[in-house]
Design a protein around this ligand. Structure first.
Ligand code: ATP
Length: 218
């Protein structure tokens, strides 16, 4: 099967991290920035790195940008450049556009133009960090909608040595246990008779209100 090819436009801190991470997983990555220094910094790491202003339609087309499976627009501060680049990518017929937004309004514009996925790295990371600060038990939080999320949490002490059926997770907290991580193995869809052990990591899905109460447990 042909491996996906990626292009990352805007090699700031976020774009650099996305491009390097894809390259380290063995993917072909084209890095694009109008700043020569940014391009020089990344040229050793990715397959191709080019210095181009992506608001220039002809220059963008000359890159053969429509041949890439996924294009990430990681231009942040210059909202006009981000929006115009996304528009030109859409018009060029790029199959999947992921665009980074600075704020809600910027995100709305990107969606309206036709970005397939709009991401808010600072906002989402802030939210995830905040959850992990509330309790040392919380390892990870992923927002699925404004009200619903998945949390990765160390098993609360009061549930250790008890089966899932007695954990009160569903009745008391309105949460569903998706999986248990124990040492290096993960058990998906645990049975009601599964007994929690010290050190277990639980993956739980549900409303934030229930997640928040679970996070308060020791
Ligand atoms: P980060 O937080 O990821 O560091 P940022 O959100 O502050 O980035 P910028 O620094 O504004 O975003 O933009 C990221 C990169 O995009 C910069 O390296 C910048 O040179 C590049 N960039 C901005 N406009 C264009 C453009 N029109 N064409 C190509 N690259 C651009």
């Amino acid at each position: 099967m042909k491996r996906k090819q990626f292009a990352v436009i805007g090699i700031g801190r976020f774009g650099l991290s996305v491009a390097c991470s894809l390259a380290s997983q063995g993917y072909e990555v084209l890095a694009v920035d109008h700043d020569l220094e940014s391009i020089q910094r990344i040229s050793e790491v990715v397959t191709h790195a080019v210095c181009v202003d992506t608001t220039d339609e002809e220059a963008l087309k000359a890159l053969g940008i429509r041949n890439f499976d996924v294009v990430v627009v990681a231009i942040g501060e210059d909202v006009q450049a981000s929006v115009l680049t996304t528009l030109l990518l859409k018009e060029a017929g790029v199959g999947h556009i992921v665009a980074k937004a600075q704020n809600e309004l910027h995100g709305k514009m990107l969606e309206k133009i036709g970005a397939d996925r709009v991401i808010y790295p600072e906002r989402d990371m802030g939210m995830r960090i905040a959850h992990s600060l509330v309790s040392t038990n919380v390892l990870e939080y992923i927002k699925l909608s404004p009200d619903i999320g998945i949390v990765e949490v160390a098993v609360p002490q009061e549930m250790v040595d008890k089966p899932l059926s007695e954990s009160n997770l569903r009745e008391g907290y309105g949460l569903n246990l998706v999986a248990i991580k124990r040492c290096d193995s993960i058990s998906v869809s645990p049975k009601p008779e599964e007994v929690f052990r010290q050190g277990d990591i639980l993956f739980v899905i549900g409303e934030n209100e229930g997640i928040h109460r679970l996070e308060q447990l020791d």
